[in-house]
Design a protein around this ligand. Sequence first.
Ligand SMILES: NC(=O)c1ccc[n+]([C@@H]2O[C@H](COP(=O)([O-])OP(=O)(O)OC[C@H]3O[C@@H](n4cnc5c(N)ncnc54)[C@H](O)[C@@H]3O)[C@@H](O)[C@H]2O)c1
Ligand SMILES: O=C(O)C[C@H](O)C(=O)O
Ligand SMILES: [Mn+2]
Length: 546
Amino acid sequence: MEQNKTSFELLNDPFLNKGTAFTLDERERYGLVGLLPPYVQTLEEQVKQAYLNYQGQHDDVARRHYLMNLFSRNRTLFYALFADHVAEFMPVVYDPVIAQDIKRYSEFYIEPQNAVFLDATRPQDIESALKLGADGRDIDIIVVTDAEGILGIGDWGTNGVEISVGKLMVYTAAAGIDPARVLPVVIDAGTNRQSLLDDPMYLGTRHTRIDDDTYYSFLDKFVQEAERQFPNLYLHFEDFGRSHAAVLLDKYADTYPVFNDDIEGTGIITLAGILGALNITGGKLLDQRYLCFGAGTAGCGIAERVYQEMVDNGLSEEEARSHFYLIDKQGLLFDDMSDLTEKQRPFARKRSEFANADKLTTLQAVVDEIHPTIMVGTSTMSGAFTEDVVRSMAAHCERPMIFPLSNPTELAEAKAKDLIEWTDGKALVATGIPSEPIEYKGVSYEIGQANNALIYPGLGLGVIAAHSRLLTDTMISQAAHSLGGIVDASKPGAAVLPPVSKLTEFSHTVAMAVAKQAIKEGLNRVDIPDVEEAVRSHTWTPRYDD
Ligand SMILES: NC(=O)c1ccc[n+]([C@@H]2O[C@H](COP(=O)([O-])OP(=O)(O)OC[C@H]3O[C@@H](n4cnc5c(N)ncnc54)[C@H](O)[C@@H]3O)[C@@H](O)[C@H]2O)c1
Ligand SMILES: O=C(O)C[C@H](O)C(=O)O
Ligand SMILES: [Mn+2]
């Protein structure tokens, strides 16, 4: 432990603080005698006490704030408690409760949680802000957001810092990433949400989003400076807006180990869910017709991953494309539309393929026409997968895969319970937020959570354990395949993905698969004689050391 801290600096440093668990000897040595209640608690006693306190909170937001306060005071205690209650705490520290907190960030604000706050109009601050934020720590992972597309709730400006903090919490809880080696960053590039600009309490800059030239030049400076200061950095982009997310990923992916969670993480977990569903039905990927509803960052990211899997399975690019149908606000996307995004264009269909092309402007019309076998919702259109749509799909497909992935809860395209009932138990369902098992006609249907949180922690651990120079397509593909075989597919009502309660176990499996592939591709920047050992040595456990 560092000796150069004053008594209160030590008690206020969440990476070093042990609170009542400082031993009598440590209290003597670090000038803490008289500053703590006299009884020395063990970590186990602290965890027990904290959990009782947690249970006494009156609602989800209060429970979240209790945990966030603990996190701000003492990282070891926070993660020791989290480790005992992973499935219970995930929805509270992460999605969906995090969404409520982001909307009211300024109102609830108490302290900055060791995040770095960058103002995109002030590139001159980047270097020193990153340095001050790291405070001498080696940083392996940065989660950065500009908060233009937080979950499905849109542009939240500086408030989005919570998503960077929250995603990093999951890295540690799931994959054991050392919480002292991570840095949450928010880039405040303004906000187009008028209610924030009008709010006297808002803690962000008071202007609309800056122009693209200033924006990209700032991002460039940020990426290069972060890479320069932290040579083993894995840079995770989260919740950027649709017009920037893919551009930034494509710009840096061949140079640095960067990752876009909404594009790549969501692509991997959804492909894993599809592979899990095929494992249950015995069906083949190449027999599927894929319908994307909401072809934005996540929708196109997933389509791209599933498409790549088809190509890897031997289809030509053209054959593979023919399995995909994308719907966005315009309806089914056609190649004669002038407002397609770069990522939508390759999947756009020709009007000449359909006798009634001009009528294919609604989800219902498209489902009736193309008879999809997979339908993935990333539209933020609450309830869009209606009973009529779902019944039409199920009429032409024995076991439809239906994944309403929009977050948070109130934006999901359908509820798992309705999907099971409308399809008489035939649908293979995965949702973005956690769903309880559905009891239907004597079977308990487990609902997989197709949320990128099930994959990005293991993926990141694999990349940093291998000291990989890049995150490649094959590493991503290995991650998607590594989840296979964890679910017992023969059990009636089996989920398409493994449960969140096993998150820590399978994150290790994912990390191993990813690290091995990185080494196979020669991307490791240091010699790695033993992959298992490399992964283990990057895995932190919450425990007090002197
Ligand atoms: N489960 C997960 O892991 C996961 C991961 C990423 C995103 N998501 C969710 O997916 C949703 C979209 O996120 P995103 O980052 O892709 O946002 P985005 O804004 O990039 O994409 C949303 C797309 O939906 C389209 N859309 C909006 N209304 C529509 C309508 N009525 N009909 C058809 N299309 C419509 C938009 O035009 C846009 O292209 C969010 O709710 C987000 O929480 C889930
Ligand atoms: O944050 C989540 O729950 C998943 C995803 O990254 C999203 O943006 O919805
Ligand atoms: Mn996201």
